[in-house]
Design a protein around this ligand. Structure first.
Ligand code: PLP
Length: 365
């Protein structure tokens, strides 16, 4: 068979660097602590288990294609109109759906230098042009983003807070960004870690969406709600955007168990509060110990920290990763994000956090 006889993916696809998920396991250790994907050490709300037990889910039947039970539960929790909510198989699906719906070859999608990798992948999958904007101090730079916008720009993605840096920009900066964008450009505010942020000048984007036709906020059940395995995300947007995306999406994109679990989880505010408290208790402590070991820590408002191994430390991120893995602690290498000298650590259980800190102390000595 000659190569000309083989099916060829459409232009751009083979230029995509496939997403590499956080490592899941380590070999030859008694216990593995997975701190590589920002999952919640608390797991899901007990109300999820109760909801499953109370409902006899018929697995032979298609789920409700509009996921209305879930959309209504989200709407109730946030005081929104369910008609402005669209649910997805994880917010990753929604990020892709926005690209599918709004980007054609020749269009440009803008995102930040150390931004979430899914944006670039989904822009390229549409044959559109990815435009990377440099950060300032590992933080989104509004002027630089606005400077990258052209007539061809259709979407600007901003993870706020950002993964893997853990940094955020305050709401006045998000408003300034929006104010500088032409009306035909969609500003996507990816607020996957919004619940963790405890800053008075932070907003996830609800008000900005409510007041405008060209802003989308995406949220996820994978992080603070502890439901990454079920794949549940949602977006809040003007009805014209919801309508367009509804035409493109898979008709049953949210499965029956996800609808039940998400609706139960969103109502359990106490569980979310417990997760926030756990994170608050550990984020500062972990950061302090890492700095005391000679590492540089980027100030984080999420449920993870980015630690940098300075050249002067005489130890590299890759070596640290190997060492930690041999002890069962799986962190995240972030070379793919242009951060070869750093590791990202999810705030885990007490046992996991203390274990990593002890192992790193030994490694750095
Ligand atoms: C984890 C994460 C998501 C979410 O993913 P799901 O597909 O909802 O699991 C989205 N954006 C960012 C920045 C993330 O870190």
């Amino acid at each position: 068979m000659s190569s000309s006889e083989r099916p060829a993916p459409k232009p751009g696809v083979m230029d995509i660097a496939a997403y590499v998920p956080g490592r899941e396991t380590a070999h030859g250790v008694a216990k593995v602590y997975k701190l590589s994907s920002n999952e919640s050490p608390l797991g899901p709300s007990p109300m999820v288990t109760e909801a499953f037990a109370a409902r006899n889910v018929d697995l032979a039947t298609y789920p409700d294609g509009s996921a209305h039970v879930l959309r209504e539960a989200i709407a109730r929790a946030y005081g929104l109109n369910p008609g402005n909510i669209l649910c997805g198989n994880g917010s990753d699906e929604l990020l892709g759906l926005l690209c599918q719906t709004y980007l054609a070859p020749g269009d440009e999608g803008v995102f930040t230098e150390h931004g979430f990798l899914v944006y670039k992948i989904q822009i390229m999958a549409q044959g559109a042009t990815p435009v990377t904007v440099p950060d300032t101090d590992l933080t989104a730079d509004v002027d630089a983003i606005l400077g990258a916008v052209t007539e061809k720009t259709k979407i600007v993605f901003l993870a706020n807070p950002n993964n893997p840096t853990g940094t955020y920009i305050p709401v006045n900066e998000v408003r300034r960004l929006h104010a500088g964008l032409p009306g035909h450009v969609i500003l996507v505010l990816d607020a996957a870690y919004a619940e963790y942020v405890r800053r008075n000048d932070y907003e996830a984007g609800i008000e900005l969406v409510s007041a405008n036709t060209n802003v989308v906020m995406t949220r996820t059940f994978s992080k603070i709600h502890g439901l990454a395995g079920l794949r549940i995300g949602w977006m809040y947007a003007h009805e014209a955007i919801v309508d367009a995306c509804n035409r493109v999406r898979g008709p049953f994109n949210v499965n029956a168990l996800a609808i039940i679990a998400g609706a139960a989880a969103i109502g359990d505010r106490a569980h979310v509060e417990r997760a926030v408290e756990h994170n608050e208790a550990w984020l500062g402590r972990v950061s302090e110990v890492l700095e005391a070991l000679g590492l540089t820590v980027t100030p984080s408002v999420g449920n993870f920290v980015l630690m940098h191994f300075p050249a002067t430390a005489g130890k590299t991120a890759a070596e640290a990763d190997e060492f930690l893995c041999s002890r069962g602690y799986i962190l995240r290498r972030v070379s793919g994000y242009g951060l070869p000298d750093a590791l990202r650590m999810t705030i885990g259980s007490e046992e996991a956090n203390l274990g990593v800190l002890d192992a790193l102390k030994e490694f750095m000595a």
